[in-house]
Design a protein around this ligand. Structure first.
Ligand code: AMP
Length: 292
């Protein structure tokens, strides 16, 4: 265990599951409510906004940093995933995070632990991210199930930025019976609208400027949306991406509740516009909820 202190706060850092569990047991007797913020590190203000919210709503805040190999369907994406552990520790300490869990792969997937379970994620796994990243959500469920069993939080903080992931984790809770309240937090953006993401670090300044077009395309969809066919709006939004050098995996409108993709909008159902697009070899995702 490592203890990091700043002028105002103290944070415990654990690499071993057994040590973390032991201290959480002790702390839990004093602190009633634990909020958990799972991350893959290379932290930015978006992540810290989740810590801030968790801090306001809980007695104890636990963050994890673990780049989960099982949710990367592209080996290169995994290899190139940014890692900034020292900076992350500083940001979390300043934000007042109480406990940081930074396990190695063997801690999360120890040899001998049965981890080949397939989660029945149904339709949700067949569309959007599920379609373009086969196996991704099985990997997300595996790590989330394991982390939740270790941390045993009352509240789980997730970003709307990963909209489909939020629904997948809701489904995971239903399938496993794990009792935790999900709190979905709004997407933090750069001043020009680009959603903050650890992957943005892999973009040049020029690419970052052009990647703003994802937010422009989402805003375009929201402003143009009216009852009726959506294909024209989506193809015009796609053009905004192409003009800015982005190659889209998808530009879709879906029912906000279950992510059924829509060709026609009835004007009543809350919907969400979702985009995944490559800028060079960096894959970016974003979304915008559209209320009638
Ligand atoms: P990641 O480290 O990318 O796995 O993200 C960890 C958590 O932070 C997830 O719940 C994300 O949805 C959330 N998150 C990522 N980017 C943002 C952002 N720009 N604003 C708010 N939350 C975010």
């Amino acid at each position: 265990m490592t203890v990091i202190t700043t002028f105002s706060s103290i944070m415990f850092i654990f690499k071993q599951t057994k040590d973390l569990k032991k201290i959480l047991e002790q702390l839990r007797s004093k602190h009633k409510k634990t909020g958990f913020v799972p991350t893959m590190g290379a932290l930015h203000e978006g992540h810290i906004s989740l810590i801030d919210k968790a801090k306001k709503e809980n007695d104890l805040v636990v963050c994890s940093i673990f780049v989960n190999p099982k949710q990367f369907n592209d080996a290169n994406d995994f290899k190139l995933y940014p890692k900034t552990p020292e900076k992350d520790i500083l940001l979390l300490t300043k934000a007042g995070c109480d406990v940081l869990f930074m396990p190695e792969v063997e801690e999360i997937y120890p040899p001998g632990l049965k981890m080949d379970e397939q989660y029945d994620l149904g339709y949700l796994e067949t569309v959007l991210e599920g379609k373009y990243r086969p196996g991704h959500f099985q990997g997300v469920c595996r790590v989330m199930n394991r982390l939740l069993q270790i941390v045993l939080p009352e509240q789980l903080y997730l970003g709307q930025k990963d909209y489909q992931q939020c629904l997948i984790i809701e489904r995971l809770l239903y399938l496993t019976g794990i009792k935790v309240k999900i709190v979905i937090c709004p997407t933090l953006r750069e001043s020009e609208g680009l959603a903050m993401s650890s992957r943005n670090r892999r973009l040049s300044e020029e690419e970052k400027k052009n990647a703003r077009a994802i937010f422009e395309a989402l805003t375009f969809i929201r402003n143009q949306m009216k009852p009726g066919r959506v294909d024209r709006i989506l193809s015009d939004a796609g053009k905004i991406l192409i003009e800015n050098g982005l190659i889209a995996d998808y530009v879709e409108i879906a029912c906000a509740e279950d992510l059924q993709t829509l060709k026609i909008w009835n004007g009543h159902t809350p919907i969400v516009a979702l985009i995944a697009a490559f800028m060079g070899n960096v894959r970016l995702i974003d979304n915008m909820i559209i209320r009638p």
